[in-house]
Design a protein around this ligand. Structure first.
Ligand code: SAH
Length: 343
């Protein structure tokens, strides 16, 4: 259980060196407290404490002299809260942000965001909720004023420079960093610059967005494999043949622009025109929409669909349909029961 106290307008003294205390200072300021600072135990002997001190936040900065000061505070009846020290050497954490809702962030992602000094985020990550999850500086690298994306090389440069300046940098990406997320390149850029880097896996849209539409990517006796493909560029004839030959579920990301080529290619490779297909747009976001058709009709059925969207091709699409009918049937039974009870 987490308890929270309203700190608005309360005097809070943060005790600890500038580097170690920087995150604690930001957190208390973000919570609305009036923050007072003591950087060394020596300064504590010289400074008069504010009259109405509500709390002392003691940062574990390794300076031995704090004990006496903190004992004095406790004796005076002022509560003392222990705060972890922020590291002095910056580092980068690539964080998978899931498909766009903070509900699908991992515990490790929430923790990394909380401890960050700066967050570079994309539009596919759950960016709207960021101010609630972190007091870090937020930098949108998905879109700049003028609507140009920051280039991949510039993102890597910004990240590395910020970490070298001593910041805990979070690079927040949509889904999982290693699924069409250029995570490998960003790790390589950090390694090349001698910056410590770690990766926090995320919930990929390849599985979670079909799930948002009730589609399981595997289902016993229906599909025992799924292939995740990028639709960024059209596939080759060989790739169409291999995909059609596998007989499992095909999940396509970034596939709206090449949907026509994909459907035609799979048809040429021998896939049945009545193979069910779904386009799931804006999973977990306002305006989520599912379009269901089959391989022969999808191009016209999905004419109005736009990115971000995940395409699913395979018999598993029917499982979702069957489950929906089941839910529908249950609702009908409920209504029947209610009307019988009512009469
Ligand atoms: N690393 C990401 C994928 C990045 S590629 C991941 O693991 O999910 C970007 C593509 O992901 C989009 O074009 C779209 O196909 C898919 N995508 C990501 N989030 C989505 C969402 N909320 N709804 C639908 N598609 C999404």
């Amino acid at each position: 259980m987490q308890l929270s106290i309203d700190l608005t307008g309360r005097d809070v003294l943060v005790a600890g060196s500038a580097t170690a205390a920087r995150q604690a200072v930001r957190r208390y300021e973000a919570a609305g407290a009036v923050v007072h600072r003591l950087e060394t135990p020596h300064s504590a002997t010289l400074t008069r404490l504010p009259e109405e001190l509500f709390l002392v936040a003691a940062v574990a900065d390794g300076q031995p002299g704090w004990v006496t000061f903190l004992d004095r505070c406790r004796e005076a009846g002022i509560p003392v809260a222990a705060e972890p020290a922020a590291g002095s050497a910056g580092h980068v954490t690539l964080v998978g942000g899931g498909p766009g809702t903070s509900d699908l962030l991992t515990v490790a992602a929430v923790k990394a965001l909380r401890d960050a000094d700066v967050v570079f985020y994309d539009r596919l990550a759950p960016y709207q909720e960021l101010p609630l999850l972190t007091s870090a500086k937020l930098v949108d690298v998905g879109k700049k004023p003028g609507h140009h994306k920051v280039s991949q090389a510039d993102i890597e440069k910004l990240m590395v420079e910020s970490a070298l300046a001593g910041n805990n940098v979070v690079r927040l990406k949509g889904g999982d960093p290693y699924v069409f997320g250029r995570g490998g390149e960003e790790v390589a850029a950090c390694v090349a610059a001698g910056v410590k880097v770690q990766v926090v896996s995320g919930v990929t849209s390849a599985i979670s967005v079909p799930a948002a539409a009730g589609i399981p990517v595997t289902h016993r006796e229906v599909s025992h494999l799924f292939t995740v493909v990028s639709g960024h560029a059209p596939l080759t004839e060989k790739e169409h043949e291999h995909l059609a030959g596998l007989g499992g579920t095909i999940v396509v990301l970034m596939g709206i622009g090449t949907l026509h080529q994909l459907a035609a290619g799979l048809r040429r490779a021998g896939m049945r025109p009545d193979m069910p297909m779904a386009v799931v747009e804006r999973g977990y976001r306002p305006g989520q929409r599912t379009t269901i058709a089959d391989l022969g009709t999808i191009t016209s059925a999905a004419a109005g669909c736009s990115n971000p969207a995940v395409l699913v091709i395979g018999e598993v699409v029917r499982v979702a349909e069957a489950n929906r009918q089941h839910v529908g049937a249950a609702a009908d039974l409920d209504r029947l029961a209610a009307s019988l009870l009512g009469s």
